[in-house]
Design a binder for this molecule. Sequence first.
Ligand SMILES: Nc1ncnc2c1ncn2[C@@H]1O[C@H](COP(=O)(O)OP(=O)(O)OP(=O)(O)O)[C@@H](O)[C@H]1O
Length: 335
Amino acid sequence: MSAGSDAMSAGSDAISAGSAAASPSVAVERVSAQLGDVVALWDVSARVGPGITALLGPNGAGKTTLVRLVCGLLPASQGTVRVGGRDPRSDHEARRGLGYVPEAQALIDRLDARRFVRLAAILHGRADADAAAAAALEQVLLDPDDRRPLRTYSKGMRQRVKLANALVHDPTLLVLDEPLNGLDPTQRHHMSDLLRRLGDEGRAVILSSHVLAEVEPLAERVLVLSAGRLVAEGDPAAIRELLDDRPHRLRLGTDEPARLGAALLDAGLITGARVLTATSLQVETTTIGAFRTRVATTARDRGLRLSEVVPLDDDLESVFRYLVDGGTMRTRESL
Ligand SMILES: Nc1ncnc2c1ncn2[C@@H]1O[C@H](COP(=O)(O)OP(=O)(O)OP(=O)(O)O)[C@@H](O)[C@H]1O
């Protein structure tokens, strides 16, 4: 893993993993954003090119703030944001090439999809507003001739209407805030396919999420934000590796905790063990993949019963806290 790839400006603190984006559609240079008393983003630099880039981070990490900066909806307190080389705050051309899907966007429920999307087309000055609306709905695999009001649409269909709304002026950059949030697995699959296709068409697609597994099959690059800072960036596999490499603590249920601990130490699957109760054991491992694959067979081979395996720190908060505080992170001082 190397720090300081082409995708990051010199002096960035982020862990860099995987390849850099070519010919950036978005260039964020040492950007900070203060909202009231809160420093929502601090010294973030990143470049985003065509294809799908995920902004990953827990609640309050600064994802929406970064998205809003890129869309020109918020001024940077420091640093520069460029979209296609232009300032999205002041340059209409930059805004024209940009489609934004906010997380909480209200639809007009009494309208049908085509009428709703047509409003966006008119706002964008499309002379052929109706045809543009129909084409955008087809792009997201909705029927432009469906006359049912939007209030009858499922969450997944509503999400696709929002996407059509953002696509109606054919932007080269599409920015989506938590587009997969709240969708069931089938809807998520549909939405992922659509986004993938838009990325394959050569658009730059930026989407935010707080779930790595959600963006893993989709994004070519992941930018990890935590507490307003960019703490890691790379392809999803590299980010996953980064997260999996950290020490994991787990609680195991068994009727013979001491013997199970010894067996797992013996097998090299854990680095430490502590008996918690007569029926439970806490272990630490730095090879979570191997542990997951072999823990059950190792117990069974020794004639030990394993009744449960409970990860103790697998919530994203602790993962990101580790990324920020953990020993593997390169800081500017150590580079
Ligand atoms: N208008 C505001 N005024 C003051 N603080 C704000 C404002 N908007 C956001 N913040 C704060 O800025 C920080 C970053 O918020 P942001 O919404 O960008 O995070 P996020 O990663 O998108 O989180 P979430 O997933 O919860 O939407 C948080 O601490 C948040 O409380």
